[in-house]
Design a protein around this ligand. Structure first.
Ligand code: SF4
Length: 761
């Protein structure tokens, strides 16, 4: 038996500082600076004219879908360009001229590369052909596709149990690739299908399924134009979903109000200078937020309870604040909720949320009179121990106002990855669905596994304890996206085999298993033999995406083909599934999706043009799937955060030059940070109290269950953030999040409320 080769891999990379410049945070988002920065990125990476040509096809009907977030495209995309600054950065990354080829890997060992920052690793470029890292080696070597597929198949065949394999999916994979991947995992015999939504909106899926009968949002894009009020809670659209600002602008122009709930005053929610309008280029742009409720980290529930208590007090007077007809005909648990709200003293709730009483009254004044209310949210609500209840409390408010199942109103969990919702819709889920299993059995004549699979956190624990030995990732940068970075890296390195289907180099390729394979795939912008794939946006619309650019290398294969060829290599002739056909015939794949899933009728035809919406009962106000056929009010407790004097609650966030774990640049322009990522934002009074100066260097330390985790070398930035709250970027601070600290019911890692201490080195 080959002695286990321990490669000397750095999990954090270079943590030294670069040249930081700090200015005042920006008062607005987008405008001319967005155009300037976007053009700088594309000219540097992929050539100005080539990029402008490519961008002209982005988010257009016959074009390709942006590989960034999942914000929907309008029915009539702008001819001036239907994309944002960060969409352009995503394209610059994918269409870069930089290449990771055999000379690159001959020159650089994985140990050497691991000492680079995530930014430097990502800027190495597109991977040109399949590579293998053999046991005992520190250099990736070229390998043929056939040898690579055989190597994967052999490792899978060597397992004692299919549940010793883990099949991870990142939200960039198309519906066709994801469906084939899920089909393969089940035909192989496991439901171990963790996916990136486990780490982001899983809490939304659980809360919405239990209260409204569907794990997705109920609004469509056009609802923003009709809404009386849009509440944006725990979300920073200016950076993470920038085209949402156009929708908020339309809401404002139609007389709507915007209420923002966030520990930070984010530029993108203050003012928007729409770069497609003169007023956005030359003028002041549009003021967005009308009422800013600067809540303490994860104290949204006390704030929402206060709002509902005060609305109830008004309703008691005239019975006109709540939508009693809707409540009586469509909901369950109204009385219990009101009684439960009575149990809380206003003072306690005010102290917990940290928002001024008069500000709350301003919001209550607006909400009392309006009924077309949309609540949008993102990780600021989901990545907490009580993440599921955070969302249920939002649903409580909407149900009280009858703001579900009608135009201009509803739930809007904004998805951060372009097809994360689609992957789930076509079967990427670790939970077992009997009807889906029955449909697969009927269509493909095999018995799908019935044992519950592993989600992200439990897959990492299984790899760490060597219960799982093979890890396959369809896209993504697992080690950097997951919590507890050191532990997750160890887990991957203990695998017999790790496989990454990727476009670009990332840290997961370095924290590799004994044997590691990189299988390079096509990007969204690139031709795929004239074929198109499909994706589903944040509002449940499925549409096509078709690249036209010449692929970065002649050796690349599409994700569907890679999955089908691995399956072919594994099953050979011993299968009832025509993998060979599905490797290149996507219409055939879509026909199978239609056969086993509802809502995908006439799939290929309907996905052309503007695409089609999948069924959504909540959008129709139909709660027949739920107990009593009614939407459910929920009783939610208060979040438990008791901090010592020298303790802080840390929330991990993205900078403006970042998409998930992809680092586009070192600036966070809206927050006034340039040239540095190792910063921690802290309340000025807290700094004084702890004897800290601006830019002073500190370490961040968390301790859970006697285990100490450290993130070293951060410069302190005085910032407008509530006391005893801190904010810093991930993946640099994911190392502080314990693997076993996750949300109840959804198991989403608690990345937004980590208890830490600030240490002076
Ligand atoms: S808003 Fe999201 S989907 Fe749209 S262009 Fe920007 S990053 Fe891409």
């Amino acid at each position: 038996m080959q002695k286990e080769q321990k490669r000397n891999i750095s999990v954090t990379g270079d943590i030294s500082f670069s040249n930081i410049e700090v200015t005042q945070p920006k008062e607005y988002a987008a405008g001319m600076p967005a155009i300037k920065v976007a053009l700088e990125h594309v000219s540097k990476e992929s050539g100005l004219f080539r990029s402008i040509k490519t961008l002209s096809r982005m988010n257009q009907k016959e074009g390709f879908d942006c590989p960034g977030c999942a914000w929907p495209d309008p029915v009539k995309p702008s001819k001036l360009g239907e994309y944002c600054e960060n969409g352009v950065k995503a394209i610059a990354e994918e269409t870069t001229f930089e290449r990771v080829d055999r000379d690159f890997f001959k020159k650089y060992s994985v140990e050497e590369i691991s000492n680079w920052t995530d930014y430097e690793i990502g800027k190495s470029g597109r991977i040109t052909e399949p590579f293998i890292l053999k046991p005992g080696s520190v250099h990736y070597e070229p390998i043929s596709w056939e040898e690579a597929f055989t190597a994967v198949a052999d490792h899978l065949k060597s397992l004692n149990d299919p549940n010793e394999a883990v099949f991870y999916t990142s939200g960039r994979s198309s519906n066709e690739a994801a469906f084939l991947y899920g089909l393969f995992a089940r035909a192989f015999g496991t439901n171990n299908m963790p996916d990136c939504s486990n780490m982001c909106h899983e809490s939304s899926g659980v809360a919405l399924s239990e209260t409204l009968g569907i794990g997705k949002g109920s609004v469509v894009l056009e609802d923003f134009e009709e809404a009386d009020v849009v509440m944006v809670i725990g979300q920073n659209p200016g950076t993470n979903h920038p085209r949402m600002l156009s929708a908020l602008q339309k809401c404002k122009e139609n007389g709507g109000k915007i209420i923002t709930v966030n520990p930070l005053s984010e530029s993108g929610l203050n003012r928007f200078k729409n770069p497609q309008q003169i007023s956005g280029i030359m003028g002041k742009g549009t003021a967005l937020t009308d009422i800013f409720l600067q809540v303490k980290i994860n104290q949204d529930v006390p704030l929402l309870k206060l709002i509902m208590k005060r609305l109830a007090q008004r309703d008691n007077k005239d019975n006109k604040v709540f939508d009693h007809d809707f409540i009586a005909s469509k909901t369950q648990g109204f009385g219990e909720l009101l009684a439960y709200l009575e149990r809380y003293e206003e003072l306690e709730l005010l102290q917990l949320c940290g928002v001024a009483s008069e500000k709350i009254d301003e919001a209550v004044e607006v909400l009392a009179k309006k009924s077309k209310i949309i609540i949008c949210w993102a990780m600021g609500l989901t990545q907490h121990k009580n993440g599921v209840e955070n969302i249920k409390e939002c649903v409580n408010l909407l149900l009280l106002k009858g703001s579900i199942g009608k135009k201009g109103a509803g739930t809007c969990p904004v998805r951060g990855h372009s097809n994360v919702q689609g992957d789930r819709s076509v079967g990427i889920v670790h939970h077992v669905s009997e009807p889906f299993n029955q449909a697969l059995k009927k269509e493909f004549n095999f018995d799908p596994p019935t044992a519950e699979g592993l989600d992200t956190v439990h897959a990492i624990q299984a790899m760490h304890s060597k219960k799982a030995k093979v890890f396959v990732a369809l896209g993504g940068n697992f080690v950097s996206a997951a919590s507890d970075t050191e532990y997750t890296a160890e887990a991957l390195q203990r695998c017999e085999l790790t496989v990454s289907v990727s476009t670009k180099l990332n840290r997961t390729h370095l924290t590799a298993g004994k044997t590691s394979l990189i299988l390079p795939t096509l990007g969204r912008t690139e031709q795929d033999g004239g074929r198109f794939v499909t994706v589903e946006n944040s509002m449940g619309k499925v549409h096509q995406s078709k690249g036209k650019l010449k692929p970065a290398s002649e050796h690349l294969k599409s994700e569907p083909e890679i999955v089908a060829r691995i399956a072919n290599a594994y099953f050979g002739n011993d299968t009832t599934i025509d993998w060979e056909r599905y490797s290149t015939d996507y219409d055939a794949v879509r026909e199978k999706i239609t056969a086993v899933l509802t809502g995908f009728e006439d799939y290929s035809k309907r996905s052309k043009g503007a695409g089609f919406y999948l069924p959504n009962n909540a959008r129709q106000g139909d709660f027949s799937k739920l107990p009593g056929g009614r939407a459910q009010f929920s009783i939610c407790g208060l979040p438990a955060h008791s901090l010592e004097q020298d303790e802080f609650l840390l929330m991990t966030v993205r900078s403006h030059d970042q998409f998930n774990t992809t680092i586009y640049g070192l600036d966070d322009r809206y927050r006034g940070i340039y040239g540095e990522r190792r910063v921690v934002f802290m309340n000025g009074d807290d700094m004084a109290q702890h004897g800290l100066e601006p830019l002073q260097i500190v370490n961040l330390v968390s301790q859970y269950n006697e285990v100490v985790r450290r993130a070293e070398n951060f410069k302190v930035i005085p910032y407008n953030i509530p006391s005893q709250n801190l904010c810093a970027y991930f993946p640099e601070t994911n190392v502080l999040v314990p693997i076993d600290l996750y949300a109840d019911k959804s198991q989403t890692p608690v990345s937004k409320s980590i208890v830490v201490k600030v240490e002076k080195p």
